[in-house]
Design a protein around this ligand. Structure first.
Ligand code: FO1
Length: 331
């Protein structure tokens, strides 16, 4: 691609996407990267609006992330959490640290003053300088809920109920069978400011190894975003979040099952589909998937996909850039 300053758009979830972005910025230091952040994980706790996937990208690229966890702040303390628990103020299962809480206080203050989430996110990023433009997928509220067997109902009663994604993941450890995933509010949501414009102006779109259902899938559930990604002249290249039949981290297998998709690198590519994907990277251990994916009209390469360190991640990102150059979709 001729342009020195590549305009790259990255629809992103949380931890996997943030780590991939760190490698992408090393692989393409001149690029202008716009991240379309998933807000379906967002939750209101103690009256504060928490945006886990936006914060993970902001903290990781801004140097404040708790590296091992991939969420929350490093050097964190939990005085407020413990004080709240002492009052019996719940929920106690979501660990909000003192430093992290400042982000949620400022965010809630600005939202309360009437600023949209996109403006609030830009304001928070002025402190962190993540080196990317971080756009919420929508300024409207979209929340991912998971339909499970009602644990309080008699076993086998078949009674089901929806729980917020964070309760499913953090309190229930994604143990219950997920019967379906609902993006509450998605049908009334509009793409956030700048989202469709960034996609239309992109030289390249990269789907990082985020959860295909509750991260990328949620972003695609905002009316207009999938169509924009399918119609952009820019190549769309994805990185498989599934390696050798398992998610590298998280609960993608549980939510893929809920939408009837097998947990494999090939199945996820076919799930996204050739209308969306021009290229797909699978791990070397999934080399057998390459002909299957290519059969569907999606260019495919097998490369090492484990993000052991930023050098390995930068190599992965370079493979995505090369594959984009090879897919024939032109910007
Ligand atoms: N994940 C956990 O497994 N346990 C937690 O206590 C927890 C707290 C938390 C606080 C703030 C935040 O931004 C994220 C937090 N997460 C926690 C991670 C969160 O569930 C995930 O980052 C995403 O929602 C899924 O990718």
């Amino acid at each position: 691609m001729p342009r020195e300053h590549l305009r790259i758009v990255v629809p992103a979830g949380g931890i996997g996407a943030a780590r991939f972005l760190r490698g992408l910025l090393i692989a393409a230091p001149q690029a202008e990267v716009t991240v379309i952040g998933n807000t379906g994980d967002d939750i209101t706790l103690f009256g504060l609006r928490v945006c886990p996937d936006l914060d993970t990208v902001m903290y990781t690229l801004g140097g404040g992330i708790h590296e091992e966890q991939g969420w929350g702040r490093r050097d964190e303390t939990f005085v407020l959490r413990d004080e709240l628990a002492a009052y019996g103020a719940g929920p106690a299962w979501f660990g909000l640290g003192d430093r992290d809480l400042a982000t949620h206080v400022v965010r809630t203050q600005l939202l309360g003053a009437g600023y949209p989430l996109s403006a609030v996110t830009a304001a928070l990023c002025r402190r962190w300088e993540p080196g990317v433009t971080l756009l919420p997928m929508s300024d409207e509220r979209v929340e991912t809920h998971v339909v499970i067997e009602d644990p309080s109902a008699a076993a086998g009663s078949g009674r089901r109920r929806a729980v917020h994604f964070q309760e499913y993941w953090v309190r229930l450890h994604a143990e219950p069978v997920a019967h379906s995933i609902v993006s509450v509010g998605a049908e009334d949501a509009r793409p956030g400011p700048g989202v469709l414009e960034a996609i239309a102006a992109a030289d390249l779109v990269v789907l990082p190894p985020s959860n295909p259902v509750v991260s990328i899938g949620t972003i695609l559930s905002v009316p207009g975003i999938r169509a924009a990604l399918e119609s952009t002249p820019a190549p769309v290249v994805g990185v498989s979040p599934i390696v050798a039949g398992s998610p590298v981290r998280g609960m993608a297998d549980k939510v893929l099952a809920a939408v009837g998709v097998e947990t494999s690198a090939a199945a996820v590519a076919l799930h996204y589909g050739p209308a969306l994907l021009d290229g797909w990277l699978v791990d070397e251990s999934d080399a057998a998937a390459v002909p299957v994916v290519e059969q569907a009209g999606i260019a495919c390469r097998a490369v090492p996909l484990l993000m052991r360190d930023t050098a390995a991640t930068a190599t992965m990102a370079r493979a995505a850039l090369e594959l984009a150059g090879r897919t024939g979709a032109t910007a």
